[in-house]
Design a protein around this ligand. Structure first.
Ligand SMILES: Nc1nc2c(ncn2[C@@H]2O[C@H](COP(=O)(O)OP(=O)(O)OP(=O)(O)O)[C@@H](O)[C@H]2O)c(=O)[nH]1
Ligand SMILES: [Mg+2]
Ligand SMILES: [Zn+2]
Length: 297
């Protein structure tokens, strides 16, 4: 009888999956039924595998063990926290993408941390403005520069002994930051395109990497678009806005959607400048998007 192992998928590459059992790395294929059953397999998945060739560390994945959580973009499973990396400039921050990401991450009960990298490229006042908005949204934030290493000790403290996925657009410096955090990594990094004002998708695959000081981190390809998660609807979207909470007492109805109601504390707080107007406008637009989406079912 073939022996078995339990491990974690660190990366998938063409039809191979690389599974770490804590000491060795196994090159595994998937049982054919995964394709037949259209079951997705994610980097970070815990799996049971059969050993085919012990000497050359080859095996076959038999089963995906239950996930604590999973994200579609970046495509990973079983994470403690997500480090969202954005730059205040080059590329300019896309707050629509950021708000979508925060909703998606919180939906999966993953803790978000927001990292403003490339702080050398922006006036400190601009970064402060952005930070203030997301402070009121209850997000832990850090500022870094991957060129000088500024802010990196704080990042190391946040990553130590945890399982962290990096997420964000292409060109913000995700791989550059990891090279600073763990100099042995030598991950490939790329210029942003001057003409398009965005990154060039240098990182192509999700890969889990061990940190020498303890913990795991996944470098991931940048992306510029995500859908709102299936779990979110017109009733529960507002639960992802802690910045609205202090204004709720002034809504006439506890079921207030903060869109069309006349006596709404959130709308009043936006008008009074107590809630960021951009955050609110994006919320209204997401509500509209959810109406359209749910009409289709
Ligand atoms: N000025 C400045 N440039 C930086 C900083 N961090 C990274 N860069 C540069 O930004 C460019 C993109 O960095 P990457 O690390 O490849 O970005 P990425 O987020 O991994 O991009 P993808 O892999 O495409 O998703 C490179 O030219 C880096 O040298 C920073 O803090 N300041
Ligand atoms: Mg990269
Ligand atoms: Zn309201």
């Amino acid at each position: 009888m073939n022996s078995e192992g339990i491990g974690r998928i660190l990366k998938g590459y063409s039809s191979f999956y690389y599974v770490s059992d804590g000491s060795d790395l196994w090159e595994c294929r998937l049982r054919g039924r995964f394709r037949k059953e259209k079951q997705t397999v994610l980097a970070g998945d815990k799996v049971r595998f059969t050993v085919l060739d012990a000497e050359n560390r080859k095996g076959v994945v038999e089963e995906i063990l239950p996930r604590s959580n999973a994200l579609i973009r970046p495509a990973v499973a079983n994470v403690d926290q997500a480090l969202i990396v954005l730059a205040p400039a080059d590329p300019a921050p896309d707050l629509w993408l950021l708000d979508r990401l925060l909703i998606m991450i919180r939906c999966e009960k993953i803790e978000p941390i927001l990292c403003w990298n490339k702080e050398d490229l922006a006036a400190p006042a601009d970064v402060e403005l952005l930070k203030r908005i997301y402070d009121s949204a209850g997000i832990l934030q850090v500022q870094t520069c991957a060129l000088t290493g500024q802010g990196v000790p704080e990042l190391i403290r946040l990553l130590k002994d945890r399982t962290t996925v990096l997420a964000g657009p292409s060109g913000v410096g995700k791989s550059s930051l990891l090279n600073q955090i763990e100099p042995g990594l030598t991950l490939k990094t790329g210029e942003t395109s001057q003409k398009l004002g965005r990154g060039r998708h240098t990182t192509r695959h999700v890969e889990w990497l061990p940190l020498a000081f303890g913990g795991w981190v996944a470098d991931t390809p940048g992306f510029s678009q995500i859908y709102l998660p299936e779990k979110v609807n017109r009733e529960n979207l507002k639960a992802h806005y802690p910045d609205f909470e202090r204004a709720l007492f002034d809504c006439q109805f506890s079921s207030c959607s903060h869109v069309k109601e006349v006596q709404c504390g959130v709308k009043a707080a936006v008008e009074a400048g107590l809630i960021d107007e951009g955050r609110y406008q994006r919320y209204v637009s997401f509500m509209e998007e959810l109406t359209q989406r749910d009409k289709r079912y």
